[in-house]
Design a protein. Structure first.
Length: 202
């Protein structure tokens, strides 16, 4: 009789352990589902976000258009107003070709990760109107993107300068396209304000 009376207690103990294990398994299942959702939702959103983006900013400078254009078409002058150049005044620079003409290359190499290593080449010049360049980044990432600057005469001796950039980020990194575009736009605005200051002091 004594041995028989112990059986229900042992059976009850096994049942409690099984219930505890089942509860833990349910918790783990919910955690895994939550993690899967956190990963899947951004990836799903990325399918509907463009992989390319365009940024353009502008400023009005109190100088004649010819004077402004002659300044910006020379890439060496960009070091005087570029936000990125200001981040590392000690970066290494190299030039190839004749500045202010198609084919001229301005290269840079910096230990500052926000500046990195790369080069830009003048691809086309519409005299007095527009300069198109190709920006080739080599480090900390690799990309080849077009950019441009245009000049337009406005009232009096004022000139509207527009600076534009076209970028591309493949899926799923295209998720951060809006943030990258915003940052580039802010840096371009800083550069244009610097350009205005430099030219209007001359």
């Amino acid at each position: 009789m004594g041995r028989e009376s112990e059986l229900p207690a042992e059976a009850g103990g096994l049942s409690a352990e099984a219930e505890e294990l089942e509860a833990k398994m349910q918790i783990m299942k919910r955690i895994l589902i939550g993690v899967a959702i956190l990963i899947a939702v951004p990836l799903l959103i990325g399918l509907f976000i463009k992989t390319d983006f365009a940024v353009e900013r502008q400023v009005v400078i109190n100088k004649p258009k010819d004077e402004v254009f002659d300044y910006i078409k020379h890439l060496k002058n960009h070091a005087n107003f570029s936000k990125w150049a200001a981040l590392d005044p000690n970066m290494k620079t190299e030039y190839r070709g004749t500045d202010g003409t198609v084919g001229f290359v301005s290269a840079w190499d910096s230990d500052n990760q926000d500046v990195g290593k790369g080069e830009q080449e003048i691809k086309r010049i519409t005299e007095g109107e527009r300069i198109d360049v190709e920006i080739r980044m080599r480090h900390p990432f690799q990309s080849t993107d077009p950019a441009y600057m245009t000049t337009e005469a406005v009232a009096g001796n004022q000139t509207r300068v527009k600076s534009g950039y076209f970028g591309k980020m493949n899926y799923p990194t295209n998720l951060i396209c809006p943030f990258i575009a915003e940052r580039i736009g802010a840096d371009m605005e800083t550069g244009l304000r610097n350009l205005k200051t430099v030219l209007e002091k001359q």
